[in-house]
Design a binder for this molecule. Structure first.
Ligand SMILES: [Zn+2]
Length: 135
């Protein structure tokens, strides 16, 4: 996943803390940033997840800290990929393991008949399939 900056250089993907309304810190948001001109922008595939997270906060959110990797699979995968012990693992392997993990959890949710949980897992799996198509 790479993107060209308006200045012509390549932008790198990073995890950053985004601060909303000076009150809510959202950690581990995937951002494209350009080292040459300092431009940065939120990775477009995570925008829907980020905006639904923000809209759930309401108009006057309380001071709080949120972890974006808990609701965004791309963020989760990037956090995994930057762990020291996983530095040498290809991203494909990390993604495959995450998919297997989610499928196991989906099976568990199904056996418990927990519909909201199943729905949550399905959404996570579909997030991953979006990224794997765009990589
Ligand atoms: Zn630039």
């Amino acid at each position: 996943m790479q993107k060209e900056c308006t200045c012509g250089r390549e932008m790198n993907i990073r995890l950053r803390t985004v601060i909303y309304q000076n009150k809510v810190d959202i950690e581990n948001v995937p951002i494209f940033s350009c080292e040459a001109c300092g431009r940065s922008e939120v990775v477009s595939t995570v925008k829907p997840v980020l905006s639904s997270l923000i809209s759930n906060l309401g108009r006057k959110p309380e001071k709080q800290l949120l972890y974006f990797h808990e609701c965004s699979e791309l963020s989760f995968l990037l956090v995994q990929a930057t762990h020291k012990e996983r530095m040498n693992d290809p991203l494909d392997k990390i993604i495959e393991e995450r998919i297997n993990e989610l499928l196991d959890v989906l099976l568990l949710a199904q056996s418990l008949g927990d519909l909201p949980w199943m729905d949550d897992i399905r959404k996570r799996l579909s997030q991953i399939s979006q990224y794997t198509c765009s990589i």
